[in-house]
Design a protein around this ligand. Structure first.
Ligand SMILES: [Zn+2]
Ligand SMILES: [Zn+2]
Length: 120
């Protein structure tokens, strides 16, 4: 395959119309994270709506202020993980479930290690 120069590549892209659809793509409206990122990319001034959208997105990512479904599986390792995911301390029931689970897992791991031990 012959190497194309940058200019040739540009011409090719233009010839086959690759650039056209990009222009017609609808832009995200202000007040969305996509619009905020577009402002950043184009070095445009950030309006309040977009700034707010970015703030909200950051807050959502960090988990704070997120509206999460209530934990319905307390007393299970799944419930324990839900607590962690929400960034809170697990309740006693979930802690016990997690502890029992890890003790069980440790026991299995130990018995496996015993079986495999000595060979290496
Ligand atoms: Zn905007
Ligand atoms: Zn719980």
């Amino acid at each position: 395959m012959p190497e194309l120069t940058e200019a040739q590549l540009d011409q090719l892209i233009e010839d086959i119309g690759l650039k056209a659809p990009r222009r017609t793509r609808p832009l995200a409206p202000c007040g969305t994270l996509a619009a905020y990122q577009r402002h950043m990319r184009k070095h445009e001034p950030i309006d309040d709506a977009c700034r707010q959208a970015n703030t909200n997105a950051k807050r959502t990512q960090s988990g704070a202020g997120k509206t999460l479904a209530p934990i319905t599986n307390h007393g299970t390792t799944g419930g324990y993980k839900r607590h962690l995911y929400r960034g809170e301390a697990a309740c006693a029931d979930c802690l016990r479930a997690e502890r029992e689970y890890s003790q069980r897992a440790n026991k299995i791991r130990r018995s496996r290690a015993r079986r495999n031990g000595g060979a290496s």
